[in-house]
Design a protein around this ligand. Sequence first.
Ligand code: ADP
Ligand code: ZN
Ligand code: ZN
Length: 809
Amino acid sequence: MPEGSYQFCDVSLPVPLDQPFTYGLPLTLRHRVRAGSRLLVPFGPRKLTGVILRCHDDAPTVAIREALRLIDSEPVLSEELLALGRWIAGYYCAPLGEVLRTMLPLAAEIRRGKVWSLTDAGRDAARQLLFDTAPDDPVAEVLRMLEKRPLNAAYLAKALPLADKVIRSLERKGFIVSEDVQTERDPLRAPAERLRVELAYEKAESEVKLNKPERELRAFLELHPGSHNLKDLEDAVRNASIAARSLARKGLVVLRPETVAIRSGPIRARHDLNPAQQAAFEQIRAAIQAHEFRTFLLHGVTGSGKTEVYLNTIEAVMAEGRSALLLVPEIALTPAMAGQFFARFGDRVAILHSAFTDVERSEQWRRIRSGAASVVVGTRSGVFAPVRNLGLIVVDEEHDGSYKQEETPRYNGRDVAVVRAQHANACVVLGSATPSLESRYNAERGKYTLLELPGRIEARPMPAVELIDMRQEFLETRKQATFSRKLMEAVSQKLENGEQVIVLLNRRGFSSFVACRACGERVQCMNCSLTLTFHKRDRRLLCHYCGYAEKVPSVCPKCASEHIYFLGLGSERVEEELHHAFPTARIARLDRDTVTGKRQYETILHDFREGHYDILVGTQMIAKGHDIPNVTLVGVVSADVGLGMPDFRAAERTFQLLTQVAGRAGRGNVPGIVLVQTINPDHYAVRLAAAQDYQAFYEKELNFRRMMHYPPFSAMANVLVRAEKKEVAMRLSADLGFLLTPPPDKLRVMGPAEAPVPRLKNEYRYQFLIKAASRKTLNELLQKLRTFAIEHKWGATALVIDVDPLTLM
Ligand code: ADP
Ligand code: ZN
Ligand code: ZN
């Protein structure tokens, strides 16, 4: 956009409406506004931050309000990213304002809150009350505080014990009003451990008078040039924190957010590529050098050295002066993994990790935008990193479900990566040992280029996988055991050898149901139509969807019988049974119950890798790309957990999970074995995962999808209608139903039907599954549904449109 002076601008706001809003620009802003910058504007009684889409002089025909403040002097979204945002909004049927907000990790810079201030009437009352009341009267106290300046609600609540009540009554009397504000966060307020301090060089030694701590701090910084963590400085200089903040206010030092501390993992040696790796690398490099958009599907078995190919490819991109993005699944991005990239690319790397605080994330974001970092490693939203001159996007474990965002906008980071690269004439590498059916089919149709790494590094054998038929086991032992005899023997042998074992059960908790023998009732969640899971450690029943918890009832809630019993199996119980069977073994568990803090995951894995544990028990969290050489046995307690899901991807997900977890075995010098317990040994997903035959699975599954018109043979959307009241949910879905009958041409509509989970988080849910031969038809229909909901003033969350859904629950 040419620079100039404009009277108006169109702003996209994070509200569930589509159109941009036009605002007038005060004189002071007219020269400074640019598309892609954020602007603070009034919206109803609120103030909102939006993104400027367009600046212009076309006087609107309706009355408009004035913008309040420009937040960024330079655009935070480039034309390229704005265009990508528009594409996402269109493709996923999501409001543009919410898409743009998702793309910016800058929330930290905005402080949200409610601020109270006096009305004129309140001001009069305050003066009056000062004479009439005791000095410690809470009403007078609040008014007196507000008379000086408007105050944050949270601050007031802390300052005065009764503030809440007083405020409500003052509001009723019309003495005070509240305002939702967003202000830029003042870096001076961050805690010391999150700040770095250094001398401000430009600032001349002025005649400002300094107190003793200020002088001491400045002397220290002169002696020890460079930047220092403020918390650490406190050990060296008394009152360093206070002094630094006051010096910063005087402009003599600079405070910045602390950069992120990355613990580096075991640094892998740099390897010469083997012939398969080399061939893959050369093809990708040629496309990068040709500046052409190409998508490669790198299908490499577990342990085939895909990471080494990524690293070399990224190097080739950097040699061209371009930048690269590497996306990894949520759970795989550990500081140790990031450490590998630091080892190779040093401080050209930026990490966008969900475990980082907002401040850390915006610091990384700014390093990327400034061009200081040209390699970005991040999870899903890393695809929006503001890199310059993009050359390559790598999506590792491209089949992984965590690339899909399960809230608005419901985009898939992998697919957005392909679109972004196309706009930028860049290359994409999608890597996996178990490519998604969609990606593999795209390769078959020639949309993607298939590259294969068919063998493990150094010709290590693939692990030997054996299925254990638990029906047979029961017939022979007459016992309903968690572990087969064979698995127990194998574990005990590995422990004797000092080797490590991984045991997978893809369900957390202790027992999956609590049921009543008398009436058959299963204890269900208050808010969802789902059974509660028993967690033994804290003796509670827990809903894994909404977090609802209750004590284990001593009698049946339905018939009051005392015959309550526990059924089914979770990872907690597996751990306990292993403890009983192998009392001297050191056992760790990795699931969402043991990983509550964000960095705990990393700690448990790190300790396991270092050999502090013999056995690691866990849910699918343990199946993702970890490379632990001493693991020689993987046991799968039940391959059947995911197969019963009412979801057309159940077989694919089971195949992927089994293949991935089997791939954890035998990555060192000792070959690995994998024992898979199942009551479905003949199911093709189980059988072909055991045979590690991706190709056969792909063909079989593809046939099924073709027959059923499922993706990749159709474009699909899941449309959910939600409401707290069942009648409302039914009425709304019936309304949509009318729009969809008879189904428009070239579309198949299933529903309305109760969703597989008919009630979730206190809402009733009805569902339509829509399959279309073409994307365009599907998109047009979905836009029509959205318009209908907006025109009929549906609540903001009543209609959920999920394009390319990963789960149908
Ligand atoms: P994948 O991601 O395909 O499962 P990794 O990239 O984790 O496999 O590689 C497996 C192991 O092989 C790693 O320890 C890696 O350092 C090592 N490796 C990769 N390439 C080579 C090579 N060309 N020569 C020797 N070792 C290699
Ligand atoms: Zn009962
Ligand atoms: Zn629930």
